[in-house]
Design a protein around this ligand. Structure first.
Ligand code: X8Z
Ligand code: ZN
Length: 604
């Protein structure tokens, strides 16, 4: 149920009337001819588009829009093709004769229609404006020069301050500096919201968020209910973590009165999405181990873990063509500094764009990106046609690498790799606390603040003069986080998060990826490794590689629910994640005895 045939077909009825396709014989072959010729053109345009986008994301020069213009041109060529009346009518015609199609043909035709809905020729001018606005937004966000006390700084440097600085005034300066880009993005974001909605509305979708959700075969309400259920299940644990964090942070910063809500600049991440670096587990301090390594080592070590479980070595072109390390903070050429993985030609050219430095956060992110890369490599095979070289769903694509990142931080793995000594005693509850400060905390940002903000923007047409108010209302409600001081509508703090601009209306992918990754990890620990899920060592186990390859091999040619059921025996559910953190709840309750709880007992 990946790309919904029904929704796309209903949309097409609006576009081109409801004529049925001709019922001549040999439709299977005709359909295949159409799919083949579409694929040839699609792969050509896709490759050109990725090359142009790669350049415009790795070479951003102030006052020089050459790369941006080239990217727009390539995007436009792709939009003209995918949204053309001819392609839409052909796909529709063949889908009208479903019984004559194989399952894999149906899936490809669905993909063609889904793609068309984002670029319909009937609103060519809107599509054109959207493409321009999207490319401009990326240039504004990543061409931005962050400044701290009159000096040029990189986002890596700001992140470092937020992780390490104990002087709250200095923290505040760094946090403020990190939000300076927001106002520059506000008009572009409002424009993009309108254009994205108008594009898909032309084909009968209510709004762009609903269009993106339909990729899961789900309705907006279903997705939001799923987000709510996930948070409701984790709420008792989150409430303990929130209470713990308020008290511990106040202690660390020497603040006598513990605030009811967490001030955003107290947290070690620009959006409060990951608090794990505040917990230092004695004997297991990965940051200090990694400090002695190089950025190159971080990526190589990630590759090594994948190779050890049976994946191939990365192709030489990955190393030659990727952009893995940061430019100097004052470089006149800038690049997109948010990590990403690229499948340049839907074939062998795979690359990653990162700004790796030797610390635990980039160690985890490297594993995450390599998960995407190995997904690309695995579903690039003769059984998966180029149009279906995607994750089982988008969340799957995000889950594999995050799971490997999680596994690479567990003690038995680190001991096995010689990164910490064999005889080091560590406190397992502290380790679990550190992990919860990552995974559990993240759910309230992804399912709560981000998903609800994007839903408000696209589905409920949030008025432009309420963007910042809404953002902070949601951060308070779901994350229990407040801004350091009042943030009026002259700011646009949501827009400082890259996905709001350039990966829109799909942040629930990450929330779901955590649910899936704990399900997969739980299965691996119990059934392949026969180890405690909280203390595993994946290294060198080919059974894990076989298990993952089987999931990844089919790309999106198999329904994602079937993939989950076949691999883990289960439907999508948070039980594995809840079980994982179960021992932490009582420990936290003990620590929080006598402390004031400010979040309500039930999720609001
Ligand atoms: O954006 C990412 C990846 C992109 S492939 C680095 N992540 C989310 C984020 O940084 O907000 C990974 C987890 C959450
Ligand atoms: Zn990712």
């Amino acid at each position: 149920m990946k790309k919904t045939l029904l929704t796309a077909a209903a949309a097409l009825a609006i576009l081109s009337g409801c004529g049925g396709g001709s019922k001549k014989g040999g439709q299977n072959e005709d359909a295949q001819k159409f799919i083949d010729s579409y694929t040839t053109e699609y792969v050509k345009l896709y490759t050109a588009q990725e090359e142009a986008q790669w350049k415009s994301n790795t070479e951003i020069k102030a006052g020089d829009s050459t790369n941006q213009v080239a990217a727009e041109k390539a995007d436009q060529a792709m939009a003209d093709f995918t949204g053309s009346k001819e392609n839409i009518e052909n796909a529709k015609k063949f889908l009208d004769q479903k019984e004559q199609l194989s399952d894999i043909q149906k899936k490809q035709l669905d993909f063609i229609l889904y793609n068309a809905a984002n670029n319909p020729q009937t609103v060519a001018d809107i599509v054109k404006q959207r493409i321009k606005a999207e490319n401009e937004q990326t240039q504004v966000l990543y061409g931005f020069q962050y400044m701290l006390e009159g000096k040029k700084v990189s986002t890596n440097q700001l992140d470092d301050i937020l992780k390490k600085e104990t002087d709250v005034n200095k923290r505040l300066l760094a946090w403020d500096a990190s939000k300076e880009v927001g106002p520059k993005l506000k008009n572009g974001l409002i424009n993009l919201r309108n254009l994205r909605n108008q594009t898909v509305q032309a084909l009968g979708y209510h709004d762009f968020f609903t269009y993106q959700v339909s990729d899961y075969g789900m309705k907006t309400d279903e997705m939001m209910q799923l987000m709510d259920r996930l948070m409701r299940e984790l709420w008792p644990l989150y409430r303990e973590l929130h209470t713990y964090m308020r008290y511990e942070a106040a202690k660390k910063y020497g603040i006598g009165t513990v605030p009811d809500y967490l001030p955003a600049h107290w947290l070690p991440n620009r959006w409060g999405q990951d608090w794990s670096s505040t917990i230092s587990v004695e004997g297991l301090n990965l940051d200090s181990v990694l400090q002695a390594k190089s950025a190159q080592w971080i990526v190589k070590d990630g590759e090594d873990m994948y190779v050890s479980i049976g994946f191939p070595k990365l192709p030489q072109t990955f190393w030659d063509k990727s952009s893995l390390y940061p430019y100097p903070p004052d470089s006149s050429v800038k690049k997109n500094n948010h990590a990403s993985a690229w499948h340049m030609d839907l074939n062998k050219d795979v690359r990653s764009l990162m700004s790796v430095e030797p610390n635990a956060e980039w160690f985890e992110t490297s594993h995450h990106e390599l998960g995407h890369i190995y997904y690309y490599i695995t579903y690039t095979n003769p059984d998966v046609p180029p149009l279906l070289r995607q994750g089982a769903n988008r969340a799957y694509h995000e889950a594999i690498g995050s799971m490997m990142g999680l596994a690479a931080m567990q003690k038995p793995f680190l001991v096995g790799r010689g990164l910490i000594g064999t005889d080091v005693k560590t406190d397992s509850i502290q380790s679990l606390l550190k992990e919860a400060m990552n995974s559990v905390v993240f759910i309230f940002f992804s399912s709560g603040t981000m998903s609800n903000f994007e839903k408000a923007m696209y589905v409920d047409s949030l008025p432009a003069n309420q963007f910042n108010q809404k953002w902070w209302d949601l951060a308070k409600k779901y994350q229990g986080i407040v801004p350091p001081s009042a943030r009026g509508e002259e700011f646009c703090d949501a827009a400082t998060k890259t996905h709001i601009n350039d990966d829109p209306a799909q942040y629930y992918d990450y929330a779901l990826s955590y649910v899936i990754l704990y399900q997969l990890h739980n299965y691996i620990a119990k059934n392949i490794l026969h180890q405690d899920p909280r203390a595993t060592n994946y290294y060198g186990n080919k059974g894990i590689g076989d298990f993952l390859k089987k999931i990844m091999y089919t790309g999106s040619s198999k329904d994602w629910r079937t993939v989950l059921k076949e691999s883990t025996g289960d439907d999508l559910n948070a039980k594995a994640m809840l079980d994982y953190f179960e021992p932490l709840v009582n420990w936290l309750k003990e620590q929080n005895k006598g402390r004031k709880y400010t979040l309500p007992e039930q999720m609001p």
